[in-house]
Ligand binder design. Structure first.
Ligand SMILES: CC(C)(COP(=O)(O)OP(=O)(O)OC[C@H]1O[C@@H](n2cnc3c(N)ncnc32)[C@H](O)[C@@H]1OP(=O)(O)O)[C@@H](O)C(=O)NCCC(=O)NCCS
Length: 308
């Protein structure tokens, strides 16, 4: 079912209508819902702007869902299927409608969609308060994901041309980059890489030794800061060069954030060395097969909690 036709419903009793049961419909998310979702995620201060939400929706419109009562959206969830790996994010139910199983229904619809699309391992990054819901649906906890942040000053400027290993990413690099990334992420996410590059090419860098690719980083402006990720590299020295290139290219007084798995000890050491501080933690969870895990040792920064 596409184009926003409702295809699942449940009934809830609203306090203000005493005993009158209202239908909750779940349907695919359509373009007119983007403003509602932007407002909804801003209420949680998740830092996304409209462009981020629209980009996430365009990756896979059939994998994003809205719950509504009387034609008014009251909750949403997004997902992307990268072949055998599925990713779910941006689950939220409006506060006045919580604890009525709407979050669970949105998740069940999305899990169903992901399995139908071929996903065998379905991942997400959970906030503490949502962990019981995910556990009850069969997700298992994997490791902590740490959000780091650092203030950027103009004086941090780094001349990328002077770093022998680092070069500005080009459009034509994306195919090779996607193959390299696949070894770490566990599946091809070429559509995401293309779209991130298109939005902010000046903040995308590669590390190479001769013609061999060693790593890359992509950063972008988010609502109230900049965000670095995906940031993937086979060795810690080049990973540092990549992030420094990014910091230099931001070239404004702002904040740079990223999300890193706590198992990446080189990465967490690097964060301390570069003066990043911990903003908070979330939990990486997986449903189904774990074997499509890639190689998380080389993942310094995830692409985003909403898309892996
Ligand atoms: C997390 C969220 C989506 C859950 O939506 P919801 O519609 O309230 O969840 P449901 O009613 O479907 O909950 C199903 C089960 O999950 C568990 N659960 C849900 N919210 C919970 C909470 N705050 N604390 C503990 N358990 C919770 C319960 O077991 C619940 O079943 P029960 O009510 O029969 O005990 C909603 O609280 C929300 O939007 N929170 C803010 C945004 C957010 O944190 N999103 C998750 C990002 S990872």
């Amino acid at each position: 079912v596409a184009n926003g036709t409702p295809f699942i419903f449940s009934a809830v009793e609203l306090p203000e209508t005493r005993h009158l049961v209202r239908l909750v419909l779940i349907r695919t998310l359509v373009e007119r819902d983007i403003d509602y979702v932007t407002e909804s995620v801003n209420a949680e201060k998740w830092g996304y702007d409209r462009r981020d939400i629209e980009r996430c929706w365009r990756y896979e419109p059939d994998g994003c869902f809205v719950a509504e009562i009387d034609n008014i959206p009251i909750g949403h969830v997004f997902s992307i299927c990268y072949g055998k790996i599925g990713w779910i994010g941006l689950l939220r139910v409006d506060p006045e409608h919580r604890r009525r199983r709407i979050g669970r229904d949105l998740m069940r619809v999305t899990l169903n969609y992901q399995q139908g699309a071929g996903a065998e391992a379905i991942r997400l990054v959970a906030r503490d308060e949502a962990v019981p819901l995910y556990l009850s649906l069969g997700f298992r906890e994997e490791f902590e994901v740490i959000r780091f942040s650092r203030q950027i000053r103009r004086a941090d400027s780094v001349n990328v041309d002077k770093q022998a290993w680092i070069s500005q990413m080009r459009q034509k690099d994306i195919e090779d980059l996607a193959k390299f990334d696949c070894k770490y992420f566990g599946a091809s996410r070429v559509c995401v890489l293309r779209s991130l590059y298109k939005d902010e090419p000046r903040l995308c860098f590669l590390a190479r030794e001769g013609t061999r690719l060693l790593g890359y980083v992509m950063a972008r402006r988010i609502r109230d800061a900049y965000y670095a990720g995906p940031w993937v590299c086979e060795n810690p020295e080049r990973a540092e060069d990549l992030l420094c290139a990014c910091i230099g290219a931001v070239s404004e007084e702002t904040e740079l954030r990223l999300d890193m798995g706590s198992l990446n000890e080189n990465g967490t050491g690097l964060m301390r060395k570069l003066g990043f501080h911990v903003m908070g933690t979330t939990i990486s969870m997986v449903w189904g097969e774990r074997k499509h895990g890639g190689n998380s040792a080389g993942i310094y920064g995830i692409g985003g909690r909403e898309k892996g």
